[in-house]
Design a protein around this ligand. Structure first.
Ligand SMILES: NC(=O)C1=CN([C@@H]2O[C@H](COP(=O)(O)OP(=O)(O)OC[C@H]3O[C@@H](n4cnc5c(N)ncnc54)[C@H](OP(=O)(O)O)[C@@H]3O)[C@@H](O)[C@H]2O)C=CC1
Ligand SMILES: O=C1CO[C@H](CO)[C@@H](O)[C@@H]1O
Length: 324
């Protein structure tokens, strides 16, 4: 088999580079719960992806499969398929660890889960702090999620320390709105390199994408296919991957709807992180570097925007920093 051509890279504002497509690893499990039926799937998917040419893996402590991600990366290093420095590993600090005293400990926990000695990109998963502790979704007797008032800036300062200590190469945020991002940019020593947000043709995020571009913050586009299997988007009426207009654009280029969506995101300067545990789809999603959408195709796709959010994160509703 010829050696795969790895994905192209884009520059980040701290001088590092990020491969322009990543593999998502969230398994659609309800918040913080690991589904037994999924064990092992992500490990195989990450190994397949690295064989195919992916060099960027998106994970999170919340997904409870960092061990699988790390085992897959280490296996492919041992097989000589990749070197550690070729692979861009992202993971995220969960809401129950925003207190500055918890940040380093939690990062070390992710490093230990992954079995790696540094993380390429560490993200604050949400701007909404939950009560500190081991419980991923701490709840009171009334069943409501318990919040904490730790300031985003205090969590960020502790994350900056992780860069200085060499535990992580770059830091960024996820699910930050414009005001939160501006406040952070105005009050940090190390700028966030990315804002990872939901972004796809039904939620084009034009204003936030433009702001991020102005600020030099790369957008990473999560749920590029609208997260069809997740517990929070199941039942949403129109499935993005069944959209007729997207299929028609694809026909012109002999490409699938998924490939059109990913290409549209890349041409908008975003970095999509499609999730799949199916080898043929992992390959399909990677085959987006041999065609280009015309300006007319791009306008057709942009016109599909409905500001439809698939991931409303209802657990954070009522928090003063709830971003939507
Ligand atoms: N920062 C944040 O708050 C969030 C980050 N994320 C990140 O973004 C990643 C991607 O988003 P996610 O929500 O998982 O959903 P996606 O939009 O990536 O959709 C994944 C689903 O699409 C299916 N699929 C993948 N490729 C194809 C294809 N070519 N044709 C048809 N179906 C396909 C997958 O099936 P199968 O696997 O069975 O092949 C899976 O059911 C996550 O895995 C996670 O890493 C996601 C949500 C929130
Ligand atoms: O990354 C994520 C995956 O799904 C979760 C919901 O269960 C989201 O809250 C989270 O941001």
């Amino acid at each position: 088999m010829p050696a795969p051509r790895p994905a192209p890279k884009v520059a980040l504002n701290d001088g590092t580079q990020m491969p322009v497509i990543g593999l998502g690893t969230y398994q659609g499990n309800p918040l913080g719960k690991r589904l037994d039926s999924h064990v092992g799937q992500v490990q195989q998917a990450v190994m397949d992806a690295l064989d195919i040419g992916y060099r960027h893996i998106d994970g999170a402590l919340l997904y409870q499969n960092e061990e699988e991600v790390g085992a897959a990366v280490r296996a492919k290093i041992a097989q000589g398929v990749v070197k550690r420095e070729d692979v861009f590993v992202c993971t995220k600090l969960w809401n129950n660890s925003h207190h500055p005293d918890a940040v380093e400990r939690t990062c070390r926990k992710s490093l230990s889960n992954l079995g790696l000695d540094y993380i390429d990109l560490y993200l604050m998963h949400w701007p909404t702090a939950f009560k500190d502790g081991d419980d991923l979704t701490p709840k009171g007797p009334d069943g409501k999620v318990l919040f904490s008032s730790v300031d985003i800036l205090d969590t960020w300062r502790a994350m900056e320390q992780l860069v200085r200590q060499g535990l992580v190469r770059s830091i960024g945020v996820s699910n930050f709105n414009a005001a939160q991002l501006r406040r952070l940019m105005d009050n940090c020593d190390i700028k966030p390199v990315v804002n990872q947000i939901e972004c796809h043709p039904y939620l084009s995020q034009k204003p936030l994408l433009e702001l991020c571009q102005q600020l030099g913050v790369r957008v990473v586009a999560y749920s590029p296919f609208g997260s069809p299997e997740s517990d929070w988007s199941l039942g949403k009426v129109d499935r993005l991957l069944d959209d007729r207009t997207i299929a028609e654009v694809g026909k012109k280029h002999d490409k699938t709807p998924g490939q059109v969506i990913l290409r549209y995101l890349v041409q908008r300067g975003a970095v999509p992180i499609p999730k799949s545990v199916t080898k043929s789809r992992i390959q399909e999603n990677f085959n987006i570097f041999d065609f280009e959408l015309s300006a007319q195709d791009m306008s057709i796709l942009e016109a599909l925007n409905k500001d439809r959010r698939m991931c409303p994160f209802l657990e954070g509703l009522g928090h003063p920093e709830y971003p939507f």
